[in-house]
Design a protein around this ligand. Structure first.
Ligand SMILES: Cc1cc2nc3c(=O)[nH]c(=O)nc-3n(C[C@H](O)[C@H](O)[C@H](O)COP(=O)(O)OP(=O)(O)OC[C@H]3O[C@@H](n4cnc5c(N)ncnc54)[C@H](O)[C@@H]3O)c2cc1C
Length: 498
């Protein structure tokens, strides 16, 4: 079992000036360039709004990506936009479950970690604090009636030698465009399972690989493209533990007040520019504009559209004329339906901590994929959250609670028999406005369809976490994609007045 993060080797010929430094400088340069053209942009935008019913921008989706784009536009002086959101709430794949007295448990995205600077900056700007994820103590493994307690040190217990091999391969797989890797065809022909099968992995490590990959990608190693997984490791500075770990990885910290608070605060500041319960059903005249965006409440016209949705959600919208074939096929075939169901057991206290237990539970065969301590920062009560296998746990809440309570008692002791609250959220069953929590990318997809993911077509600018250059699939990627889309619109507006 590995517990320490090792230093990342620099590629031959590289200097201590890393990719992050470069991206930081590039971002500053872009912001400076944008700021210097702001008066022009603002006037171009006010000019557009003079045409009464034609807005400069319509943003579809009030998740982190869409709201970040809207916030950036407003900060740049653009007032001619709306955000159209299908649901009666903002936040998309982030959702706070209210535990009462101002406490929340996150039913969707929740953790942030090192290198996820975009979401961390946003939190700071919005006055949202962070606190460390609890992982200290022994984790419990359950296999039938057998129980073992192990110190994992906050990282998955996979083989360090194989982790280094993956990191080395990840260097040649750019996170934002894996299909551009010189080894793309070879790596996309394999699943992670194919690759692992050649490595003679000990059975106990196979369980660890399988659990951590399923949690990260929503699918099993045999169904996950090796190319895609390497692009995720690349996002994490080519550091496996930074992707998969808690102590110094992407699961390192939580947002005070629950992750949905980011979207709620952005939406509050945007006021009536955010229109809830306004699903976009049809988009016409997207080639040259003005684009007509149809919702059940009426038609909005705009020069540009930021589509801040995952590709399968884009596919639910009718486009007239139809989108270019490659884009259409990419949306249609994008791997969706990675079901994720999260549960929360509430206790009077996090009693397991006093027993030297982390609250982490892994079950070899059973409904619990991973249970973990999700208690509030001030420990006024204890919470065990779990990612569970759909199909192995009854969907009816009372029955699900009882089954998990029994398992937690086996893992943590009899105190677990008395929860004071239970909550679950099944993203597959909730509604049709998420479809996929993460992307369970199969071999062969990215090399075939990846190139259609980023380029705008006509007046449509694609955003949403899936389009991010780093940390795609994560909250950080969503925020980055929102910044990028807003810059595209501002540049287009500045170009018209130049
Ligand atoms: C269970 C779970 C656990 C996760 N864990 C983590 C984690 O720990 N850390 C992390 O960084 N990320 C995590 N994620 C992923 C993270 O939540 C997402 O990457 C991020 O929130 C995506 O933001 P987005 O704005 O790109 O998309 P979304 O949040 O999907 O936003 C899209 C919005 O568009 C709306 N919409 C859809 N169709 C239409 C339409 N036709 N018209 C108008 N509106 C529409 C939706 O209602 C939604 O509000 C997790 C996700 C889930 C579900």
């Amino acid at each position: 079992m590995k517990s320490k993060v090792e230093a990342v080797d620099l590629a031959p010929g590289s200097t201590a000036f890393g990719r992050r430094d470069f991206l930081g400088l590039a971002a500053m340069a872009t912001v400076a360039a944008t700021a210097s053209s702001l008066p022009k942009v603002a006037s171009a935008v006010s000019g557009a709004s003079n045409q009464r019913d034609v807005l400069e921008v319509a943003i579809i989706g009030a998740g982190l990506a869409g709201l970040t784009a809207a916030r950036d536009l407003q900060r740049a002086g653009c007032e001619s936009f709306v955000v159209l959101e299908a649901r009666d709430r903002v936040g998309g794949r982030t959702l706070n479950h209210d535990l009462g007295n101002g406490y929340f448990s996150e039913a969707g995205g929740q953790w942030i970690g090192p290198g996820q600077t975009a979401v961390a900056d946003l939190a700071r700007e919005l006055g949202v604090g962070t606190f460390p994820t609890y992982w200290q103590g022994k984790s419990t493994m359950l296999a039938g009636d057998a129980r073992a307690a192990l110190d994992l040190g906050g990282v998955p217990g996979t083989d360090p030698k194989l982790q280094r091999e993956l990191e080395e391969m990840a260097r040649s797989v750019p996170s934002g465009a894996p299909w551009a890797s010189p080894r793309a065809a070879e790596l996309d022909a394999l699943s992670v399972g194919d690759w692992l099968a050649k490595k003679n992995i000990a059975p106990e490590n196979q369980i660890d690989w399988s659990a951590s990959l399923r949690l990260t990608s929503g699918t099993s190693p045999t169904k996950l493209s090796l190319l895609y997984y390497l692009s995720m490791i690349n996002s994490a500075d080519c550091n496996y533990e930074r992707l998969e770990g808690t102590s110094d990885g992407a699961q390192q910290a939580r947002l005070s007040g629950g992750s949905q608070i980011l979207s709620v605060r952005m939406a509050d500041a945007l006021g009536d520019k955010v229109r809830l319960s306004a699903p976009v059903l049809r988009i016409e005249n997207w080639q040259n504009g003005p684009v007509a965006i149809h919702t059940p409440n009426g038609v909005i016209r705009a020069r540009n559209v930021i589509v801040a949705l995952s590709p399968p959600l884009c596919h639910q919208i009718a486009f007239d004329p139809p989108l270019p074939e490659k884009r259409r096929e990419m949306q249609r075939r994008w791997p969706a339906y990675a079901p994720m169901r999260k549960t929360a057991h509430v206790y009077k206290k996090p009693f397991w901590r006093g027993k030297g237990l982390s609250g982490w539970i892994f079950q070899v065969q059973g409904p619990v994929l991973w249970a973990y301590d999700n208690s509030p920062e001030d420990l006024s009560f204890g919470v065990i959250n779990a990612f569970v296998h759909n199909g192995l746990l009854p969907s009816e809440p009372k029955a699900a609670e009882a089954e998990l309570t029994r398992i937690y008692a086996q893992a943590l002791g009899d105190e677990a028999l008395h929860p004071i609250g239970f909550h679950q959220h099944d993203w597959l069953k909730a509604d049709k406005w998420t479809l996929t929590c993460v992307s369970p990318m199969p071999p062969g997809f990215l090399t075939r369809y990846g190139e259609a993911l980023h380029p705008s077509v006509g007046r449509l600018i694609w955003s949403g976490t899936e389009t991010a250059d780093i940390w795609a699939g994560y909250m950080d990627g969503a925020v980055r994609s929102g910044h990028k889309a807003a810059l595209q619109v501002l540049r287009a507006a500045a170009g018209r007045t130049a």
